[in-house]
Write a protein that binds this ligand. Structure first.
Ligand SMILES: Cc1cc2nc3c(=O)[nH]c(=O)nc-3n(C[C@H](O)[C@H](O)[C@H](O)COP(=O)(O)OP(=O)(O)OC[C@H]3O[C@@H](n4cnc5c(N)ncnc54)[C@H](O)[C@@H]3O)c2cc1C
Ligand code: SF4
Ligand code: SF4
Ligand code: SF4
Length: 372
């Protein structure tokens, strides 16, 4: 018998693992009949249980179940312990505008614009900051891609974005459902490890529009953090700065607020634990193990991006980008810097795996399932 949304409630939601990606609702076979819906918090629930046709699609698609993992691992040539690593590099965008706007080195955006400008993709699913939080969208021009880069704040909106609600979460999988009709094919997808995992599951099942996704670019991930005005006030007081001065936010080993004055405030991630989505505590994937290329700031100097190439596709993209649009860290042969970055990423992977195991034990969840 197929596992259905009823089993997702038991195995994922009741265990506190649902991180509201929306995959189950978006791709439910009976969504047009109202079998599933989202509650006010963005959490899926049965709309009308009788309308569920028990097709069993929502269960394997959920990144929090172990279904299809073996198949994905085989498809991806996954290797223990943290996925295949063909190469590690540190780079930044050559284009100054992209570099300034980028979260770290702007490498993701430089690669996306290059793929678009050379006709290798027709667009990319990325996300941008709005007053409603991070909103995913299909960018089809270089300008839109550059607008999606980084975490800079548009202060023309006043402080609403920052002081009332700021979240690193972007419901990019949910966006796929809406974008299904307008997806022209040859698309790149940017997402956190759980989103890349959901995408690989859809590809394994052949669910439209995952067949349009030619490139999966993953982001290292310590978790999704959501700030409300109360949380901002506490941090502001404790770390003695004003949010009005924040120009950029980065997550590496710490949460880094860069101020207009050039000052940087580093807040340990543990200080923000209460602001982290609970489901993220169960997640073991730090480095987007199923991506073509995984990107993060960890291990690189400020203003540079660390990248792990994982698939032949990722390797080809990176080689071309290094030739045309990226500046490699000082000398590409600076083995020490590259080894340093690789070691940092591996330590973060180990630490996240340990924390996830510990969290599962603390919560007395016997059948330990991780985001992979
Ligand atoms: C929730 C979250 C947690 C992270 N945690 C870490 C961490 O602990 N350590 C670390 O080293 N790096 C972390 N990163 C990755 C880091 O913040 C940068 O995204 C990465 O280094 C790439 O930088 P860049 O300058 O090359 O990218 P950019 O050129 O700035 O491009 C970033 C791309 O990511 C897209 N994007 C941004 N946020 C999201 C989102 N929530 N979902 C989907 N797409 C998104 C943007 O639209 C853009 O296309 C995290 C990212 C996110 C979103
Ligand atoms: S119809 Fe299929 S996808 Fe929708 S809730 Fe039922 S089992 Fe899940
Ligand atoms: S994690 Fe995503 S797919 Fe799984 S139950 Fe939650 S919203 Fe649905
Ligand atoms: S910690 Fe895991 S579940 Fe949470 S956003 Fe990151 S990849 Fe997704």
């Amino acid at each position: 018998m197929n596992k259905t949304f009823f089993n997702l409630i038991q195995d994922v939601q009741k265990e506190g693992r649902c991180h509201h990606c929306g995959g189950c609702v978006t791709f439910c076979s009976a969504i047009n009949y109202g079998a599933l819906e989202l509650d006010d918090d963005g959490k899926p629930r049965f709309g009308t249980i009788e309308k569920c046709i028990e097709c069993g699609l929502c269960y394997p698609i959920c990144p929090e179940t172990n279904e299809l993992n073996q198949e994905i691992r085989e498809n991806m040539g996954w290797e223990a312990p943290f996925g295949k690593m063909i190469g590690v590099s540190v780079s930044r965008a050559r284009d100054e505008k992209i570099w300034e706007k980028g979260t770290d080195g702007g490498s993701v955006t430089a690669i996306l614009t290059h793929l678009l400008d050379t006709g290798r993709i027709n667009g990319a699913i990325v996300s941008k900051n709005t007053e409603q939080g991070r909103v995913p969208f299909l960018a089809t021009t270089s300008q839109e891609l550059v607008e999606s880069a980084g975490s800079c704040f548009n202060h023309s909106h006043g402080m609403t974005q920052l002081s009332e609600a700021y979240t690193t979460f972007s419901p990019s999988i949910k966006a796929l459902g809406k974008l299904r009709a307008e997806m022209p094919g040859r698309i790149a997808f940017v997402g956190t490890p759980c989103q890349i995992n959901a995408m690989r599951k859809m590809q394994a099942l052949g669910i439209v529009p995952s067949d349009s996704i030619d490139y999966c670019f993953g982001l290292f991930c310590s978790g999704n953090f959501s700030f409300d005005s109360k949380a901002f006030k506490l941090i502001e007081e404790k770390y003695q700065f004003e949010y009005a001065d924040v120009e950029k936010i980065n997550i590496k080993e710490t949460f880094i607020f860069s101020l207009a004055s050039g000052r940087q405030i580093e807040v340990p991630l543990d200080d923000l634990r209460d602001l982290k989505r609970g489901a993220c505590e169960f997640c073991r994937d730090f480095s987007a193990e199923y991506a073509d290329i995984s990107f993060g700031g960890l291990g690189a100097e400020q203003g540079w991006t660390t990248a792990i190439t994982r698939t032949p596709t990722g390797k080809a993209v990176m080689a071309l980008a290094m030739e045309k649009v990226l500046t490699p860290w000082q000398h590409r042969e600076d083995i020490k810097a590259i080894t340093h970055a690789e070691n940092k990423v591996i330590s973060a992977c180990k630490e996240k795996e340990q924390r996830a195991k510990q969290h599962a034990r603390t919560n007395e969840i016997g059948d330990v399932r991780f985001a992979l």
